[in-house]
Design a protein around this ligand. Structure first.
Ligand code: SF4
Length: 370
């Protein structure tokens, strides 16, 4: 709301940040979440910060981090005549191999339906008992509880034709993977991050405990933030202060929404249906340990990949697309040769231009940060 965009409060926070900055010191903070990337662009927040503070976009866009192979897997399922594939709308234009997408597959006759919640897919399964319905379950901790609820609902309804293609991933392991890269010789392109702006919508569900653990084990501060200008500026102010103190702590700067414990009902649901997978592939980050969810053995029959096993060739991706480097914060969208030329929101080459949370889409809509 308006109070969180109040120009006077915004100016006061910008001034406080400028005063907190130590002379000669540089501060580099990554906003993990794509929702934050968009808010920063939309409100021009980078321009309000002192020279010494740089905000670097992170990989926190669920659509963007999905490897092309997962799109290929969804398209292979949708190609089966008995399957109805149900997906959130923001995945429809994401290219898999050879720029094929759910849009093009649908044009070729696949039965792919847009849903806004997994429960809608359960209803479609109930209404089509002769077909197999597959819900393309993607997202961070934010959306995983709804995917778990859909499994429970289809179980309660006695359905045997509802399945999920589970692609849920977890945020703290990805943040740790980003920091771990700093220790490798190959990534001296991006200077060390001083701290992270934590994803507010994820913390709503998880509470602060995963972020406390993250800060402790990675030696970097993290400030969980909301999505309004004053939320983000408060988080930046907290990170400057924590950096000055050398304090690797997690702080909650979204207290009107995020509680210490989080949504314990959603957590219980998620833990009942899903378990943490040993490792999973992220676009850009590669294999990340303990970073994704899989159905627990008791729910294995809901697993679309077990119901319809298929061996796909490795995905073919457009090597000119720099999404993998964008997702790691190594380059800015404008550094990609295709940006704004052959890659635009109406004709996207990579996932980072497709998603409303993608860094390339944000830079295209609001301009770059330099
Ligand atoms: Fe990929 Fe397009 Fe972004 Fe370049 S501008 S990295 S092609 S999504």
């Amino acid at each position: 709301g308006a109070a969180f965009q109040d120009p006077e409060r915004v100016r006061a926070l910008a001034t406080a940040i400028a005063q907190a900055v130590r002379p000669g010191k540089r501060y580099r903070f990554m906003e993990f979440c794509g929702g934050h990337t968009h808010a920063i662009g939309r409100y021009g927040l980078a321009g309000l910060l002192p020279e010494a503070v740089t905000l670097i976009h992170g990989p926190g866009c669920p659509v963007c981090v999905l490897p092309a192979g997962r799109i290929d897997a969804a398209l292979a399922l949708a190609a089966r005549p008995e399957v109805i594939l149900c997906s959130y709308g923001d995945l429809f234009r994401v290219p898999g191999s050879a720029r094929r997408s759910m849009i093009s597959a649908r044009a070729e006759g696949a039965d792919i339906r847009m849903v806004t919640s997994p429960l809608q897919a359960v209803t479609i399964a109930r209404d089509n008992p002769q077909r197999a319905v597959v819900f393309f379950a993607i997202g961070f901790e934010t959306t995983a509880p709804a995917s778990a609820a859909a499994i429970k609902a289809s179980l309660a309804a006695g359905l045997t034709n509802f399945h999920e293609l589970v692609c849920h991933v977890l945020t703290p392991p990805a943040m740790a993977a980003i920091l771990a890269e700093e220790a490798t010789a190959a990534t001296d392109v991006r200077p060390r991050l001083d701290g992270l702006i934590g994803p507010g919508h994820v913390a709503l569900i998880t509470g602060m405990a995963p972020f406390d653990r993250f800060a402790q084990s990675n030696g970097r501060p993290i400030a969980v933030a909301g999505f309004e200008p004053t939320d983000l500026l408060q988080a930046v102010l907290a990170l400057v202060t924590l950096t000055n103190e050398g304090a690797a702590r997690a702080v909650n700067r979204y207290t009107r929404a995020v509680t210490e414990a989080g949504n314990t009902t959603a957590q219980a649901l998620l833990n009942e249906v899903f378990e943490v997978k040993a490792s999973a592939e992220w676009r850009g980050l590669g294999m990340v340990a303990d970073s994704a969810l899989a159905l627990r053995p008791a729910y294995a029959r809901f697993d679309a990949e077990k119901r319809f096993p298929c061996d796909l060739p490795p995905p073919q991706v457009n090597r000119a697309c720099r999404c993998p480097d964008i997702l790691r914060g190594l380059i800015a969208p404008e550094d990609c040769a295709l940006f704004g030329r052959s890659c635009t929101p109406s004709d996207p080459v990579g996932a980072c231009m497709v998603s409303s949370e993608g860094a390339c889409a944000a830079a295209y809509a609001y301009g770059g940060r330099r």
